[in-house]
Design a protein around this ligand. Structure first.
Ligand code: NAP
Length: 492
């Protein structure tokens, strides 16, 4: 019989949709069997909540519970089409600023893959709040959609520092930043710069930067070369699923979403609706996510015991779930059920796997450095010199470019001159127009020779353009401490 720990933790549990309740139940049973005393606060989120008319998918009571407990175990959530526009998962991550999505991928005993024996043991640390997942999207015309890619120095610093601190506490020797800074020089470029500057604070850890597409390539070719990969939100979403595929698939992929105050643990996979209620889904991903949860709440010994029991179960080959049977050409009909696998793990509590673990994940050190390297105070920003350089005006037009260009130049006035017109980021006027027209253009106005535009001049210019054209949005062109804060059009 397990001895129950005296500490009683409060944890919010969200069963979720589809297979969620089954896998959450499995993890809760194992935690209880391992002797950890948790007072679970069950809370709702996802499909049923949307259907009941709450367009966020996350009701007030659930938010209150997480605010109280500061830690949640969560099943997958569906965002049914037509009931809400935003994913309840993303809402939860953002509401509690869980900025670090940590997804370990390591070779598991008894889970054969093409890479068996290579010793894959990597962690993907994905920024979880910013980037295109900020979800700031607009239809500029009926046929032109635009999404804002938002990267901040503070958001980048937090996630990159998190990655270096994780490497330090787990004795990992290398952190790779994966970006597309060669193309997106201001957004991904900022992330890369912050990485390079922060790396100087961690001299014992090798810091390298690779372009994200090469990381995808290298992950498939030689995954064992990676240790910690830190990256922006969309890049991280894609390569972490790729990494899951290297070590057995979504049935085994665990994750934690960590913020400064709250942490939410969930499997990487979704609600797998076709398997819902059938007792056939592999619960390992959520069990291993709950191992991360236990480490987070200071139950490291129980976490180690459960992790050992999972590895011993997989290694034994005595409990093979359907997904693994399919991958290994086994008999799917004879595969172990979700509840059967759970029973097997419980039966193996206290047993050590034969395979030696290269390392255990380590509980975050609360004394680890969280001091910002940069100054984010009002005074700091006030001290940065800014100059107003001009205005980009995006507009919809059916005019041929030979007419549109001169008509935009004609309204520039004395303070500005039309520097050029671009279509989808490519220069099309003046000069030879290239590319297909999508009826949406960017007119770039810059200060005329010897003129220093002021805010009011921008509004006057916009007013003159609006008299003749349907503008859709504007961007102020600025320089900061003498450096231009915008990029040139392709071919300009
Ligand atoms: P999914 O639920 O992850 O399922 C895709 C496939 O992955 C399944 O059909 C199954 O493959 C395999 N799979 C997933 N979990 C497995 C497990 N535990 N064991 C074994 N195999 C597993 O992805 P989806 O079908 O694209 O998404 C379904 C819903 O989940 C959507 O509403 C989506 O928005 C939501 N979702 C939620 C989260 C989250 O809550 N964090 C994440 C992703 C998706 P086979 O068909 O080959 O057996």
């Amino acid at each position: 019989m397990p001895t129950t720990s005296p500490v009683r933790h409060r944890v919010t549990v969200i069963p979720g949709d589809g297979v969620g309740p089954e896998i959450v139940h499995s993890a809760m049973r194992i935690i209880e069997a391992a002797g950890v005393a948790i007072a679970w606060e069950e809370a709702a989120a996802g499909a049923a909540v949307f259907r009941a008319g709450d367009t966020s998918g996350v009701p007030r009571e659930t938010r209150d519970s997480i605010e109280r407990t500061r830690v949640a175990l969560k099943g997958p959530l569906e965002t049914p089409v037509g009931f809400g526009e935003k994913s309840a998962n993303v809402t939860l991550r953002k509401l509690f600023e869980t900025y670090a999505n940590v997804r370990p991928a390591r070779e598991l005993p008894g889970v054969p893959t093409r890479y068996a024996g290579e010793g894959i043991d990597l962690v993907i640390v994905r920024e979880n709040i910013e980037d295109l997942y900020a979800g700031i999207e607009h239809l500029e015309t009926p046929d032109v959609a635009q999404g804002l890619k938002l990267i901040t120095r503070k958001g980048s610093e937090k996630i990159i520092r998190y990655a270096f601190e994780l490497a330090r506490r787990e004795g990992r020797s290398k952190v790779t930043a994966a970006t597309k800074a060669n193309i997106m020089k201001l957004t991904e470029g900022l992330f890369k710069r912050v990485f390079e500057e922060l790396a100087t604070e961690y001299p014992g850890i090798r810091a390298e930067h690779l372009i994200i597409d090469n990381v995808a390539h290298q992950l498939v070719k030689d995954p064992a070369q990676f240790d910690v990969i830190v990256t922006t939100n969309l890049n991280g979403d894609i390569i972490s699923d790729l990494a899951s595929g290297l070590v057995g698939g979504l049935g085994f992929a665990a994750s934690g979403n960590y913020g400064d105050d709250v942490a939410i643990f969930e499997a990487v996979h979704g609600s797998a609706p076709k398997y819902a209620g059938k007792d056939v889904i592999n619960p390992t991903a959520l069990i291993l996510s709950s191992v991360m949860l236990l480490r987070h709440i200071g139950e490291g010994a129980a976490a180690d015991r459960i992790e050992d029991a999972v590895l011993a179960t997989l290694e034994s080959g005595a409990a093979v779930t359907q997904d693994l049977a399919r991958q290994t050409g086994g008999d799917v009909e004879q595969a172990t059920s979700t509840s059967g696998f759970t029973d097997a793990v419980i039966g193996n509590l206290g047993r050590a796997p034969m395979a030696t673990l290269a390392r255990r994940a380590r509980t975050p050190d609360p004394t680890a450095s969280r001091l910002p390297r940069w100054d984010y105070s009002v005074g700091h920003y006030a001290a940065i010199s800014r100059a107003l350089v001009g205005l980009d005006i995006m507009l919809e037009s059916d005019l041929p470019i030979e007419e549109l260009g001169p008509s935009l130049a004609a309204v520039a006035g004395d303070t500005f001159r039309l520097e050029g017109v671009a279509s989808r980021g490519t220069h099309v006027y003046p000069g030879e127009a290239v590319g297909d027209s999508v009826r949406w253009y960017t007119a770039r106005y810059v200060a005329a020779e010897g003129r220093e535009p002021r805010g009011r001049d921008l509004l006057d210019l916009l007013g003159r353009v609006a008299e003749h054209h349907r503008w859709t949005h504007v961007e102020r062109l600025q320089s900061f401490d003498g450096e231009l804060g915008y990029t040139a059009s392709q071919g300009a």
